[in-house]
Each structure stands twice: as structure tokens, then as C-alpha cells.
Design a binder for this molecule. Structure first.
Ligand code: C5P
Length: 295
């Protein structure tokens, strides 16, 4: 029997996200600044050489082990090292909201790959782990690198670490409801896109690093999903409006939604001090956190 230590599986936010053209594989090229936040799920993994090949996950009853990316990660890992008949039991304490654009499922999958690789004595190199990660989902490779911030390009496989600041606070605001699926958001983006708009990123890696070091009120980052999410739900329009009136904050949507992020470099952001009405406050989940400067 092998048992992993408890591992933190951190969430991320996208501070900038540009969507490029559609690639021959049907995915979109991306150019995005990913940043870990201090919000994590807790995962432990237990394996047994019992020949049963059983798979179970405790802590996420709303998703079958087969649908869960943690299950996909463990199956791919065991196949790759020819130990398919080992059984795997995982437990998770889930704090990262599902379908929140915070990378929870991708982070969990990366955590399982890294845990299993440690437990089996590092049979796979980082390059092989990255290959498995890319087969699980576009955001998973970022989490394999275990860096607090990075510019992520291609479908998600090109990860260039960025030195992270230690003075950034964030308030995450998530409209109550079902969340937005990534595939639906990309499809809506394609429908809405004005074909005259260039799919080339205006930013280079150096531009992003330079901008990131500036005071938050001067950040000129953006997220190309903004137009999609404001059409899907009026709450997003309000959130941008409220953020726009707080000049010292940077406001954005993370990933393809549904989380919105208010970033501050002058202390925590309190939801009660933002211009939400009483009713609007009851229509959102809010989480105070910091942007991590080490993984
Ligand atoms: O890779 P992941 O499972 O997160 O992708 C979910 C869906 O989002 C894909 O099936 C695809 O429709 C879309 N997607 C995309 N381009 C990316 C990432 C995701 O079109 N770079």
C-alpha cells in the first residue's frame, strides 16, 4: 500500500486572456497570464497492489470517478507505468467552486499526477507528466509546473513562469447559479466574434511582465471572454460597472467565467465597501484571498 501526504491543490485566476485563432485540432490558441491564489482543495491518494484496478473518489459525490479529472489522471498515470491493476482511492476536501473559471478540476488532476509520481518513486519525467496533463485538459500543464504565475500560450502547453509579486489581494465574486462551461464559452465567443478583429495578441511576454509589475490601477490587461459573459448574465455587466468606478482596483473575469476578480495592491478588497446593492450581494458567492507568490 502507498499513501500520499496531504496535498494542497491551488486554484488560479487569469489576469489577462487573449483568444487567438482556431487551430487545426479545433482548439483555440491562447495568450494568458495565469496566477495561483490562496484557495485550495486538499487531496490524499492511496494505492494498493491488489490486482483489482478499482477507482474511488471520496468528497465529490456529484461527479462519478470516471467523469472526475482526478480519475482520468490516475488512469492515465497507471497505464503509462503499466500498473493498471493497482487500485486507487482518493479523498478530496473541495473548496474551489466548480465551473468557476478557477481551474479547480485541472489543478486537482495535476495534483494527482504529481502525487502518484512521487508515490511510485518518480518513474515519469516532467516532460511525460506534461504530456499526460495536456491530454487531460488545456489548463492542466500550468499546474504541473508548480509556479505561482506564468504566461500560458498555445492550447495551454507553453508555460513561461513570471516572477510573482507578494502584495496582491483579490476578491473573487461568483454569480450564483450553474456556472459557464468552457466549451460553451468558446462556442459563444466564436459566434460573437467580429471576423475583422485580429486574432494576434497585442501583447508579448515582456509586455505582460512589465505591466504586471506596475501599480494595479495602471494594468491594461483584459479578457476576451468579457463580451461573452456580459451577454450571458446581467450580473457580469454590473460587476464590471462597479469595478470601473473603483479606480484603484483591476476588475476582470477569470477564464471563461463564471468568477469575477477584483485585484488590489493596497490591502484586502471588502465586498461591503463595493457598490453592490443588498439584493445583488445575496446573488453572489464571494471569497477573499491573496495572489500567491510561491507555489
Ligand atoms: O481542454 P479543456 O477540456 O479545458 O477544453 C474544454 C473545451 O474548451 C474544448 O473542448 C474546446 O471546445 C474549448 N477550448 C478551446 N481552446 C482551448 C481550450 C479549450 O477551444 N485552448
Amino acid at each position: 500500500m502507498k499513501e500520499s501526504q496531504l496535498r494542497y491543490s491551488y486554484a488560479k485566476v487569469n489576469l489577462h486572456l487573449h483568444i487567438g485563432g482556431v487551430r487545426p485540432d479545433g482548439f483555440h490558441d491562447l495568450f494568458s497570464l495565469f496566477h495561483l491564489i490562496d484557495l485550495h482543495d486538499d487531496i490524499t491518494v492511496l494505492t494498493k497492489d491488489d490486482g483489482s484496478g478499482a477507482l474511488s473518489i471520496e468528497g465529490m459525490p456529484f461527479l462519478s470517478a470516471e467523469q472526475n479529472l482526478m480519475g482520468k489522471a490516475s488512469r492515465l498515470f497507471l497505464e503509462r507505468i503499466h500498473r493498471e491493476t493497482d487500485s486507487v482511492h482518493m479523498t478530496i476536501i473541495k473548496r474551489i467552486p466548480v465551473k468557476g473559471g478557477l481551474g479547480g478540476g485541472s489543478s486537482n488532476a495535476a495534483t494527482v499526477l504529481l502525487a502518484l509520481n512521487d508515490m511510485y518513486g518518480s518513474p515519469l519525467t516532467t516532460d511525460v507528466l506534461l504530456d499526460l496533463a495536456g491530454r487531460i485538459g488545456s489548463d492542466v500543464p500550468f499546474f504541473i509546473h508548480r509556479v505561482p504565475a506564468a504566461v500560458v500560450e498555445g492550447r495551454g502547453e507553453i508555460v513561461r513562469p513570471v516572477p510573482a509579486r507578494d502584495d496582491l489581494h483579490a476578491l473573487i465574486v461568483i454569480p450564483a447559479g450553474d456556472g459557464i462551461s468552457t466549451a460553451d464559452a468558446f462556442a459563444a465567443f466564436d459566434r460573437l466574434q467580429n471576423k475583422d478583429i485580429s486574432t494576434k495578441s497585442l501583447y508579448k511576454f515582456s509586455t505582460v511582465c512589465h505591466m504586471y509589475m506596475k501599480p494595479v490601477e495602471h494594468w491594461k490587461f483584459s479578457n476576451d471572454f468579457k463580451d461573452v459573459v456580459v451577454k450571458l448574465n446581467e450580473v457580469y455587466r454590473r460587476i464590471y460597472e462597479i469595478g470601473g468606478s473603483e479606480r484603484h482596483l483591476y476588475t476582470t473575469v477569470s477564464g471563461s467565467g463564471s468568477s469575477c476578480v477584483f485585484v488590489s495592491d493596497s490591502g484586502p478588497v471588502e465586498i461591503n465597501r463595493l457598490d453592490f446593492t443588498e439584493v445583488e450581494r445575496t446573488q453572489v458567492i464571494n471569497i477573499n484571498t491573496i495572489l500567491l507568490n510561491k507555489a
